[in-house]
Design a protein around this ligand. Structure first.
Ligand code: MN
Ligand code: MN
Length: 474
């Protein structure tokens, strides 16, 4: 079966909309390089679009009804949005779910040291990375440091033109004959991913040199600590209660002479989180309640209080049903079981240079549109949510009617590897779920690539889904 290239289906108006969406998306990528930054931006935009905080609605004892919009944030790193539909909640919701965490390097709790008058921050990588890709590129530090008094210091260094950047060194080629014999998985080891943050010792001036004798011990580290104290009011101990993420420094860019692609960090899974969010806030007056989940920790197994396996979504839904006057344990179970979900996550785009790992009939291609993956997993679909044929048929009808370009994919050839998403977690409620999103080239690398046409088709597809999906189990 041959799929059309989405670019060939655009008139000048659609082409403009496609390029405009990509511009907004790049701006989002530039301001959302961590879960917290994504949540901040989504909250601001949601509030501008009439969403009110769920906890506030509860406090005020508000009664929610069709057309009302609420959101809830969990620990500043996960978020869920609802727009109440005309039908009772127990007949099911239409849910989009994407993750907003991305692979990166996290700074350890006791990270700082000096070695031969170079100051370092020690890191622990997060998610699946090829470690050798993180050396010799400009890196930025994003995150928060929470002081004992509860004050939160927000750090974002390395993104503005005048900011300093940070880096991890690599061995010069001239002396690399032994290193280059190592397999790529160990050529740069996890513990070697230490960030260089300074090299100038703390100086006391010539006249006081005598009385400061002996204080040159770890003088570079001391100098950095003084800068951190002067600029941010933080001490070495404050790293203990910090969440600092090392990410590639710099903006997302148009790629190609034709500007058909976006090259940027963190597009798994912000290439799906962004169109999911936009679809959620742009679609109004629905039959079924719409819901968008933007969650943390997918890249390390959806664990923790802010990962999809936490109960925060279920709790938020219970509160929403209560404010709608519809809550009972049974009604909530029915609402979950009757829901339709798109697990909005990226797929692997076919890369001609590495064609042998893909099975071309069942692979997503750049430019051929929104991608559906019936199952993911590895070694015989293990660990995957295998979507129901009846549900897929329902979605095919909706997307065909909306003229959305779609394609289907598996993650590589049988037994070549594999991966997972949040799909199986929502499927635990008995609801219909399928993975669906944007193909990404060089996934999990510092600079991933997508096609603007795929972003646009996925955005149009998510909107059609929120408006039209109505599949129920009983
Ligand atoms: Mn993903
Ligand atoms: Mn991933």
């Amino acid at each position: 079966m041959k799929r059309v290239n989405a670019w060939n289906t655009y008139d000048s108006g659609m082409l403009r909309s496609c390029m405009d969406l990509a511009d907004d998306y790049k701006d989002f990528l530039d301001h959302g390089k961590t879960e917290r930054e994504c949540v901040d931006r989504f909250v601001n935009e949601a509030e501008r679009n009439g969403y009110i905080e769920l906890s506030e609605a509860i406090r005020k004892g508000m009664k929610l009804s069709a057309g009302d919009r609420v959101y809830s944030v969990w620990m500043n790193k996960s978020m869920v949005l609802f727009e109440i539909g005309a039908e009772p909640l127990e007949s099911g919701l239409n849910i989009l779910g994407a993750h907003i965490d991305s692979p990166r390097l996290d700074i350890k709790q006791n990270p700082m040291y000096e070695d031969n008058e170079i100051a370092f921050l020690d890191t622990h990588y997060y998610g699946g990375i090829k470690k050798y890709q993180y050396v010799t590129i400009p890196l930025a530090i994003h995150g928060v440091i929470v002081k004992k008094n509860g004050e939160t210091v927000i750090l974002r260094v390395g993104e503005d033109e005048d900011d300093p950047v940070f880096f991890i060194s690599d061995l010069l080629i001239h002396l690399s004959q032994d290193q280059l014999k190592k397999p790529a998985s160990t050529v740069v080891e996890g513990e070697a991913l230490d960030l260089i943050i300074g090299s100038r010792p703390l100086t006391f001036g010539a006249e006081t040199e005598k009385e400061n004798e002996g204080s040159e011990k770890e003088a570079v580290k001391k100098a950095i600590l003084k800068i951190l104290s002067d600029n941010y009011g933080i001490s070495e101990g404050d790293f203990e209660s910090a969440e600092l993420e090392i990410v590639p420094a710099g903006r997302a860019r148009d790629a190609g002479f034709d500007r058909s692609m976006v090259l940027g960090y963190g597009q798994d899974d912000r290439a799906c989180a962004y169109p999911s969010f936009r679809a959620q806030i742009e679609i109004h007056d629905l039959k079924r309640t719409s819901c968008t989940l933007l969650v943390d920790k997918e890249e390390i197994g959806s664990v923790g209080a802010t990962g999809m396996r936490s109960r925060f979504f279920e709790n938020a839904l219970a509160e929403v049903m209560n404010l709608c006057g519809e809550y009972s344990e049974l009604s909530m179970r029915r609402a979950l079981a009757n829901s339709c979900m798109l697990s909005s996550d990226v797929s692997a785009a076919y890369d001609p240079y590495y064609g042998s790992v893909f099975e071309k009939k069942n692979t997503s291609f750049l430019g051929r549109g929104m991608t559906f993956a019936k199952y993911t997993g590895s070694r015989g679909k293990s660990g995957s949510n295998d979507a129901n044929a009846e549900y897929i048929a329902h979605l095919r009808g909706i997307l065909e009617k909306a003229n959305v370009c779609t394609q289907t994919a598996e993650l590589g050839k049988v037994d070549m590897g594999g991966g997972g998403t949040i799909a199986y977690i929502l499927a635990l409620y008995g609801m219909n779920v399928i993975d669906c999103g944007v193909p990404v080239m060089s996934m999990h690398s510092p600079w991933e690539a997508i096609s603007k046409a795929d972003l646009y088709e996925t955005y149009r597809g998510y909107k059609a889904f929120l408006r039209e999906a109505s599949f129920t189990n009983f």
